[in-house]
Design a protein around this ligand. Structure first.
Ligand SMILES: [Fe+2]
Length: 259
């Protein structure tokens, strides 16, 4: 059995630093074999800098995933090209820097991690995640033991559709992007562990990691807002998957809030 933890979207550089300082302890405390972190907002409403991504990898993350804001941080582009442990969504144009999947290792098993992005109510045009993932699974057939997917998308409908589409072909499919943890943890009929959204890592007390006043002002005035990070205590939403590495199936999944 592999114990795999996935942590929701990091919302600021300070939150990334806080999480990095906790990761080895979290791994030890929960006996984690493989750890994924979504960092698409770790540069604050843009992707992490190369330094932040490097810090997360050196501090205990096995793979750092992304989303619609990842490429907005130009300070990450070289690293996306150079380090396959830092992903951007696979269904972006081929000319975009970086890659959308990698094969890493946990306890001697080959772990295929795919990062894809939804197309419903998203601000970045993307190809079909269904087709893009099918291509990877076909191309990498025989080269991995388990498959994991971070699906960065807005709607639960699109996330559930992709979860069911991959049922039996991935050990875990988890959603990111909304920053709100969902309560729909389940093992789908053919064995895929699924949750619509992991949640987030950032400061408490705001709106998805952002100071509430700055978000409300935008709704009241329709003016562009200069967002500021919320100022509460840091926390991280995570989901722990127990996976049967021989079967590429989930055995259980449970939610954790790290404080
Ligand atoms: Fe996002």
């Amino acid at each position: 059995m592999l114990r795999i933890m996935a942590i929701g979207d990091i919302t600021s550089p300070a939150a990334a630093e806080w999480l990095a300082s906790r990761l080895w302890d979290i791994r030890k405390e929960h006996a984690i074999d493989f750890l994924l972190v979504n960092a698409e907002n770790a540069g604050f409403v843009m992707g992490p800098s190369a330094d932040t991504a490097k810090n997360l990898l050196e501090s205990g993350a096995d793979v750092v995933t992304g989303g619609n804001h990842t490429l907005q941080n130009f300070a990450l582009h070289n690293m996306l090209e150079a380090n396959s442990r830092v992903l951007r969504p696979i269904n972006l144009p081929a000319a975009a820097p970086g890659v959308g999947y990698t094969v890493a290792e946990a306890k001697g098993y080959r772990v295929l991690v795919i990062n894809a992005m939804g197309r419903v109510h998203m601000d970045v045009p993307a190809d079909s995640p269904f087709e893009a993932i099918d291509k990877v699974l076909k191309r990498e057939a025989g080269r991995y033991d388990i498959a994991l997917l971070d699906f960065h998308a807005e709607t639960t409908g699109e996330k559930l559709a992709l979860g069911h589409y991959l049922d039996g072909r991935a050990a875990a499919v988890f959603g990111t992007h909304t920053h709100v943890p969902t309560a729909d943890l389940q093992i789908l009929p053919k064995g895929t562990g699924f949750v619509s959204d992991l949640g987030m890592c950032g400061a408490d007390g705001g709106i998805m990691g952002i100071k509430a006043e700055t978000v409300i002002h935008r709704y009241l005035t329709a003016l562009p807002a200069r967002f500021q990070a919320a100022e509460g205590a840091f926390f991280a939403d995570a989901v722990l998957f127990e996976v049967d590495e021989g079967q590429n199936k989930a055995l259980s999944l449970s939610r954790l809030k790290i404080q």
